[in-house]
Ligand binder design. Structure first.
Ligand code: FMN
Length: 194
């Protein structure tokens, strides 16, 4: 096993919006939900459920209700030969009382994305989604909130990190490579004093 696999996956992981048209085995998809289920949860209440869509026709319907890469639209939208091959709809069970659902979602989805990365699978976590349409099409009962969608598949792009230089907007270069600005370590780290 390579050294520091978790740290390396954290550093290397980027949002992926272009996918190989090769299905992800069901066993691998289940593994991602297993990673989510074991994430930390406030009060250990565990309010989250996951609807996994790997059927192509259902995926094509869901694709209509998710938004891609606001800063580079329409170029950031996957083309017909770059579509996600699976989707995870993150659901919150309202009857499970929790004061930390958003934190729980963050931890669970990050677990999904890191476990996926290790399998060469890229993810795009999407909050810009049409919840009423998704609810209607998949007949999601009213006692579940639709939080977000993770669109995923084997990676067909390799975005790169850039040092932040005044703008948080990611961009595509002439070769179609996605560049993602991130704040530098010394801009966010304060040792021993504010
Ligand atoms: C809560 C949340 C919601 C997001 N929603 C969307 C979305 O609706 N569509 C999209 O294309 N990307 C979405 N993203 C992905 C971000 O654009 C991406 O994380 C950011 O540009 C940084 O890139 P990185 O993930 O490669 O570090 C979302 C990310 C987070 C954390």
């Amino acid at each position: 096993m390579p050294e520091n696999p978790v740290y390396n996956a954290i550093i290397a992981r980027r949002t992926i919006r272009k996918f190989l048209q090769k299905p992800v085995p069901k066993e691998t998809l289940s593994k991602l939900i297993n990673a989510a289920r074991l994430a930390p949860s406030g009060g250990n209440r565990q309010p989250l459920d996951y609807m996994l869509i790997d059927d192509a026709a259902l995926g094509a319907e869901l694709f209509k209700h998710v938004r891609w890469a606001g800063y580079i639209t329409p170029k950031g939208i996957p083309k017909s030969n770059e579509m996600p091959t699976a989707y995870i709809v993150v659901l919150e069970e309202k009857s499970v009382k929790s004061t930390s659902v958003a934190y729980d979602v963050g931890a669970a989805v990050q677990n999904i994305m890191l476990a996926a990365w290790e399998e060469n699978i890229g993810c795009c976590w999407q909050g810009a989604i049409d919840r009423p349409k998704i609810r209607e099409f998949f007949r999601i009962p009213a006692d579940f909130e639709i939080d977000s969608v993770v669109s995923l598949g084997y990676k067909a792009e390799a975005p790169v990190v850039e040092d932040y230089k005044g703008s948080v907007k990611y961009w595509l270069d002439e070769a179609g490579v996605l560049h993602v600005p991130k704040l530098k370590l010394d801009e966010v780290l304060r040792w021993n004093k504010f």
